[in-house]
Unconditional design. Structure first.
Length: 432
């Protein structure tokens, strides 16, 4: 597939886009590896789960309960007429929306994979608009996502599939009695996520119109959030770093760091961008430096127990110490509670992670893993799409470090904080 750079002045280097391609493609293969998902990939699938397509009208009208039994109308003809009218209205919406979005599928996708939206998808769109969207960022950013995504989904199939996939995952999280894992993924999740990833990759590999940029950013946010939600097991022994090596380990980091690539392409805070107006608000001034990273050198503001364990001195910086940037970012978050208002600051830890530190994580360096455990411990009571991974992988890291590095007394002492947080949360998980 040819890769054409987008026509933006700040377009990301080809290598960075291709790296993000690989991450999305891998996530897509993981989802489609499930047998039920493979069955869904065939146009003749009897459940007709559909490609997901909608207009802003979906968001403006509350979908009625289409699953009411016909015997519940108690013979009242007015109720029957109302229910029939609701069904006909929604069918008309589906027909109109399916026709509209079909025009925006790539030609090779239309012939092989295109299926119409169904009533279940319409219900999911309603839940997205009234529930799931409000788990993304602050109330202000969520409101922007709610308004703009409702306007954009009928024009951008990759965004529509991402919305439907994430809503289906949220449904499963809320219905689960324990921390959900990938093995419990539904066919609908697999189908829509796979389509979103494939279509998004296709868009990144083609000429990008400036009108695409808000849909690109919104889709990238959803895909990176879903990557965090994908956890292969509920047993820490089967997760990184305890599990045998797997290409899926830390793949969520690639997806999260890929947001920097899309940020450069989409320019969300420039005129016409999703957050341009919001970025003028002093409360959101951090948007101006959201995807840039040049940490302050030295050790001012870094707790003593971090400076000693990580060999930091007043002369340390991100170039001469591979831990410095990560420690600096984490130190700024230690006294901050992770809330919808501060979540974007916490996400800077993985988004701005430097290659040297990431290599240490992949090599299971004990001190690097401790920093990741601290970050997990700080975010593990936040949004549903990060909660499961944070609790389970934090637990796995703590178990690994106790098992293989128990002789490092300073490390063991600092491990107490994330270990206590994980133990507390695993003993009584709650839905959010």
């Amino acid at each position: 597939m040819a890769n054409v750079l987008p026509s933006f002045p700040n377009a990301a280097p080809t290598a960075r886009i291709l790296h993000f391609h690989d991450s999305i493609e891998y996530e897509s293969r993981i989802m489609y590896s499930r047998p039920v998902a493979k069955a869904l990939a065939h146009p003749g699938h009897t459940e007709n789960l559909g490609l997901g397509v909608a207009t802003a009208r979906f968001a403006e009208s509350k979908a009625p309960d289409l699953h009411l039994s016909p015997h519940r109308d108690n013979g009242d003809p007015c109720v029957r007429v109302s229910m029939l009218s609701a069904v006909l209205t929604n069918k008309a919406l589906l027909n109109t929306a399916n026709s509209s979005l079909k025009e925006h599928y790539p030609e090779n996708f239309k012939t092989r994979n295109a299926c119409p939206l169904d009533m279940g998808d319409l219900d999911r769109l309603g839940r997205w608009h009234t529930r799931t969207v409000f788990t993304l960022g602050t109330p202000d950013t969520a409101s922007i996502y709610q308004r703009e995504i409702s306007r954009l989904v009928s024009l951008h199939p990759y965004l529509m599939h991402a919305v439907l996939a994430m809503t289906a995952m949220h449904d499963r999280f809320l219905q689960s009695s324990d921390l959900p894992n990938f093995a419990q993924s539904t066919a609908i999740e697999c189908y829509h996520h796979g389509c979103a990833a494939a279509l998004f990759n296709a868009k990144l590999s083609s000429q990008i119109d400036p009108l695409d940029r808000n849909a690109l950013w919104a889709t990238a946010v959803l895909l990176s959030s879903m990557a965090l939600f994908f956890v292969e097991s509920s047993d820490p022994e089967e997760l990184w770093p305890l599990a045998p090596p797997s290409p899926s380990h830390l793949e969520w980091l690639n997806m999260n760091q890929g947001l920097r690539v899309i940020w450069d392409i989409a320019e969300p805070i420039s005129p016409g961008g999703l957050f341009h107006d919001l970025a003028q608000n002093p409360q959101y001034s951090y948007f101006q430096s959201k995807m840039t990273s040049e940490p302050q050198p030295g050790i001012d503001g870094i707790p003593y127990y971090f400076t000693t364990l990580y060999d930091l001195t007043p002369l340390s910086n991100a170039r001469n110490n591979p831990y410095h940037a990560a420690v600096r970012t984490l130190a700024s978050l230690l006294d901050v509670e992770c809330t919808p208002f501060t979540m974007v600051k916490f996400l800077s830890f993985p988004s701005l992670m430097r290659p040297q530190f990431k290599a240490l994580l992949k090599g299971k360096d004990a001190r690097a893993m401790l920093l990741l455990a601290y970050w997990y411990a700080k975010v593990c009571e936040s949004q549903w799409w990060i909660k499961t991974r944070a609790i389970l992988e934090c637990t796995a890291i703590c178990m690994y470090l106790e098992r293989y590095h128990s002789g490092d007394l300073r490390l063991m002492q600092m491990l107490e904080f994330p270990k206590a947080r994980c133990r507390l949360l695993r003993s009584g998980t709650s839905r959010a």
